[in-house]
Design a protein around this ligand. Structure first.
Ligand SMILES: *Cc1c(COP(=O)(O)O)cnc(C)c1O
Length: 428
């Protein structure tokens, strides 16, 4: 393609598939061979090559159908190819796709207003848009560094940030410093300094760790990557009291738990506290990449001043339109009620399965433990039987399906699970 005239000759109706050279080989095995020679090996070998989705179903390159009980890791809130979200994204893209943050656009402003309204944010609250969860947490990390900062532009005496053992906050350097897992951290040290990890769910340890040298406390209401571990009751209240007393920020990472995942807009909305900031991503765009940092109240919202943070893509018209469409569909189709209903049905059903020793989580973020270290084998058996699930640990399975999962669909998994467990144990 050498000039504008040639570009105009492109067939605008041509499907994406014509841009993908199949070289006459289209099986999953063929694609994976090409994958391994061209994609960086950080994800291991992909489990399947997926080519199409509709609702809670996806299909692989070999034509096999799966019930998607992972939803792109809590991302595909409305399943795959949701007609309303698809049409809003397409029409925004055909109207105005990108403008940079020298400019703004109506969808960006409308989405910020909508998020502040849905989260009951107090007056003076603000939003910063990002492209991912880790970027939302990077922004929150920088916000924390400005807490207690001197007017001379230095960061001041609040040098510490508290996070929890088991925490996952992302893979970029700041978010990685907040993430607890040694295997993720050690290969990349030194990480941004001052982060202290304290025991999970231990109020006494939290109170002992917080003093006037602490800039912020980062908490996930339910630790997803650690196997769907909810904070114990009362912990958030204690954290709010201790941070308020010491002048530290309370920052909630709702990247996985937010936007309806637990049957509420925020997992923490009934906790009886107002945090200083909340990070969102995963489900926010219904599959389209977008994240956000919400800062609550005037003081926190003015910590980052003009020029202190930025992003090229963050808050672009298409991403913010995708999120507006997702929020609208969740509201108008009463999806939160479905999350509560199907979530309870799944948890009750799972608890009754022989070999399941514990069921955790809220809404459609569910973790369950098995009586043997066969979780990876259950994932494999699930794929063979047409179910996509995930194992965050050797004896733990995580489900984070589309929020539109039906009771019937959930029932097919419950019916299949005993056989999957048996297959996994036999394979040992
Ligand atoms: C997934 C996740 C992140 C990181 O989000 P990315 O979009 O993968 O960068 C951060 N925090 C939590 C709690 C998450 O689940």
């Amino acid at each position: 393609m050498s000039n504008v005239e040639d570009l105009d000759k492109l067939d605008h109706q041509s499907p994406v598939v014509e841009l993908v050279e199949t070289k006459g080989h289209t099986s999953g095995a063929d694609w994976l061979a090409r994958y391994s020679t061209s994609l960086m090996g950080v994800f291991g070998t992909p489990q399947r090559v997926l080519v199409r989705g509709a609702g809670c179903l996806v299909w692989d390159a070999d034509g096999k159908e799966y019930l998607d009980l992972l939803g792109g890791i809590a991302v595909n809130a409305l399943g795959h190819a949701h007609p309303f979200v698809t049409s809003v994204i397409s029409s925004q893209l055909a109207t105005l796709g990108h403008v940079s943050n020298f400019f703004t656009s109506p969808t960006q402003i409308a989405l910020a207003e909508k998020l502040l309204a849905l989260t009951h944010a107090p007056a003076g609250s603000k939003v910063f848009f990002t492209n991912s969860g880790t970027e939302a947490n990077e922004a929150a990390f920088k916000l924390a560094r400005r807490n207690g900062a001197g007017p001379d532009g230095t960061t001041g005496k609040r040098t510490k940030i508290i996070a929890l053992e088991g925490a996952f906050h992302g893979r970029t350097m700041g978010a990685l410093a907040l993430t607890a897992k040694k295997a993720y951290r050690l290969p990349f040290e030194p990480l941004p300094g001052g982060v202290v990890h304290i025991p999970f769910g231990d109020v006494a340890a939290l109170e002992a760790a917080i003093d006037e040298t602490v800039a912020a406390v980062f908490l996930e209401p339910i630790q997803g990557e650690a196997g769907v571990r909810p904070l114990p009751p009362g912990y958030l209240k204690a954290a709010r009291e201790a941070t308020t007393k010491a002048g530290a920020l309370l920052i909630l990472d709702e990247v996985q738990t937010g936007i309806g995942r637990t049957g509420k807009w925020l997992a923490t909305e009934d906790a009886g506290i107002v945090p200083d900031a909340v990070t969102l991503a995963k489900g926010l765009g219904g599959g389209f990449p977008i994240g956000a940092l919400l800062t609550f109240g005037e003081r926190t919202s003015s910590l980052l001043s003009a020029g202190q943070h930025g992003t090229t893509f963050g808050g672009n018209p298409v991403a913010t339109a995708a999120a507006l469409a997702t929020l609208h569909a969740i509201e108008s189709q009463r999806v939160l009620e479905n999350v509560a209903l199907v979530g309870d049905y799944l948890r009750t059903g799972l608890a009754a399965v022989d070999g399941v020793t514990e069921v955790r989580g809220e809404g459609l973020l569910i973790g369950f433990d098995l009586d043997a270290d066969v979780a990876p084998a259950v994932v494999t058996a699930g794929l063979d039987a047409g179910f996509i699930v995930n194992s965050p640990g050797p004896h733990t399975i995580r489900l984070a399906p589309p929020l539109i999962l039906t009771k019937d669909q959930a029932g097919t998994f419950l019916a299949a699970l005993p056989a999957l467990l048996q297959t996994a144990k036999d394979a040992q």
